[in-house]
Design a protein around this ligand. Structure first.
Ligand SMILES: C[S@@+](CC[C@H](N)C(=O)[O-])C[C@H]1O[C@@H](n2cnc3c(N)ncnc32)[C@H](O)[C@@H]1O
Length: 482
């Protein structure tokens, strides 16, 4: 069938494979542009608000469709020149072409819409998004993947002087392609030093021809390179995530020697070994190859010890802003018992410890709980304790009665939000205030609805931009008992 670009009448149904001209009004959660056509909402990949684009429909569903851009017909007044030459292909930052103030406003609008449509609150009080102190180079952790299936870039197709092997890559996944790795030469998310380390590791692995792991045949050694950086201490941790296949100890030792000689900033190097099929940069066994295996970071007045596998906020200076907003919203009197649900390595618990009577943190990852306890000692804090285990098992009313019922709950779950049993327990514990911190406005709004149906009301919401140039959103909210 001939595909053609058409002016659509109100009654014309949208068809898969057809081409249309649409105007993009705003961004959806996840980063796609939203356009409306003939009663349909069209989610357009790679489009920003204010652009008029020619698109092809790739998927059609009841009431909405998905499309990809064929041509930008009119550019947005908010479009800016992306910094990175990997822009458009890399799965890392995808808003580099959108003015930063517009990114902030779009994130606020997405929070409002989620609360209205999913949370059922018609007029929520949502403040303007607080900007990240750093727009680039803000991440303290990057996970790069090794791959045998390199993405051939658009630039290479036009420029045959680029000579890179097709069966090796160390970098980021290509957007929407979990089988292809984009070999990264530059990156503006972590410091420049991190990119230099990445490139040095890449050169070594290419020279020594040690096998790269593939998810297709599950054979090979190298899986991921993770670099963590203490932004306020300058300490660096390099983590090789490998399989247990092959005798590679000598190679690894010479790479360690090269890295510590050429990069004195590297204070520790570890190897995490995993033979699991899932593509997660975590090991079941860790070997410390150089230094102590941990680095220190500072947020507010406290130092935090971070190991390779424990959760830590990835934007250190943004975390300072986030935690001070949590403190402001909680408005502690000094006498409260606070539960810090989903406590990670105890960062929030320790941050608020001198403002409250006692904090009890709940966390599933045993290593993170170990770090949390060590962090309490490191900062000579004695009013924080941590309970390890899955919250749906550890947050029990009889346990809570023994340790003291909470006056305030701080909840900071991962993206899927709260398990129904946890929502039920939160309400049963009946705290006066809940400070819910979320990195996913849609699951936040879902949980908020349930909490508000059980005798609570939303007071205010503060989006904080922890992830500039990406679609990710972070927010702090205050929910109080009616
Ligand atoms: C978004 S992080 C928050 C970490 C911490 N509040 C901070 O600011 O550093 C979510 C944490 O929840 C933990 N977690 C995930 N599922 C859990 C569960 N079912 N029970 C307890 N903790 C869980 C994760 O291991 C992770 O440390």
């Amino acid at each position: 069938m001939t595909k053609y670009c058409m002016e659509v009448e109100n009654t014309t149904p949208i068809k898969r494979g057809q081409e249309y001209e649409v105007s993009v009004d705003k961004l959806a959660f996840g980063g796609k542009g939203i356009a409306k056509l003939n009663g349909y909402v069209i989610f357009v990949e790679n489009a920003i608000p204010g652009q008029k684009v020619k698109v092809r429909i790739t998927r059609k569903r009841q009431g909405f469709a998905e499309a990809r851009v064929l041509e930008i017909l009119e550019n947005s007044k908010d479009s800016v020149q992306p910094k990175c030459f990997h822009f458009g292909e890399c799965g890392g930052c995808r808003f580099q072409n959108l003015a930063y103030n517009v990114q902030l406003e779009q994130k606020r609008l997405q929070v409002i819409e989620s609360i209205q449509h999913i949370g059922g609150i018609p007029d929520p009080r949502v403040f303007e998004t607080i900007a990240s102190p750093d727009k680039y180079f803000y991440r303290n952790k990057m996970e790069f993947s090794f791959g045998r299936n390199r993405w051939v870039t658009k630039l290479e197709i036009d420029d045959d002087s680029i000579m890179k092997p097709k069966d090796f890559a160390l970098g980021m996944h290509v957007r929407g392609r979990y089988d292809k790795i984009l070999d990264i030469d530059e990156c503006y998310l972590q410091s420049e030093l991190c990119v230099d380390i990445l490139n040095r590791v890449k050169a070594f692995v290419l020279e020594t021809e040690m096998p790269i792991y593939s998810t297709i045949d599950h054979i090979g050694f190298w899986r991921h390179l993770v670099i963590r950086e203490g932004k306020s201490t300058g300490q660096m941790l390099v983590n090789f995530v490998t399989t247990s296949q092959g005798k590679c100890d000598d190679f690894i030792q010479s790479l360690v020697k090269i890295l510590v000689t050429e990069f004195p900033e590297i204070t520790t190097i570890v190897q995490n070994i995993t033979d699991r099929k899932a593509e997660v940069a975590l090991g079941e066994r860790e070997i410390v190859l150089h230094g102590s295996g941990v680095i220190n970071e500072k947020i507010g007045e406290n130092f935090y010890q971070i190991s390779a596998n424990s959760f830590f906020q990835t934007n250190t200076s943004g975390a300072g802003l986030l935690y001070s907003k949590i403190t402001e919203f909680a408005d502690f009197s000094g006498n409260e018992i606070v539960y810090d649900l989903y406590a990670g390595a105890g960062s929030i618990s320790l941050y608020i410890s001198n403002k409250v009577k006692e904090v009890i943190g709940f966390e599933i990852v045993a290593d993170a709980v170990k770090d949390a306890n060590k962090n309490s000692d490191l900062n000579k804090i004695s009013n924080c304790s941590f309970i390890a285990g899955d919250l749906k098992d550890t947050l029990e009313i009889d346990v809570a009665q023994k340790i003291g019922l909470p006056d305030i709950l701080i909840i900071d779950p991962p993206r899927p939000g709260l398990h129904e049993d946890v929502v039920e327990m939160v309400v049963k514990l009946s705290p006066q205030k809940i400070v819910y911190v979320s990195c996913n406005p849609t699951t936040f709004a879902r949980d908020l609805k349930l909490i508000c149906e059980s005798g609570y009301k939303l007071i205010k919401v503060q989006p904080v931009d922890m992830f500039p140039m990406t679609p990710h959103i972070e927010l702090v909210s205050l929910i109080e008992k009616n």
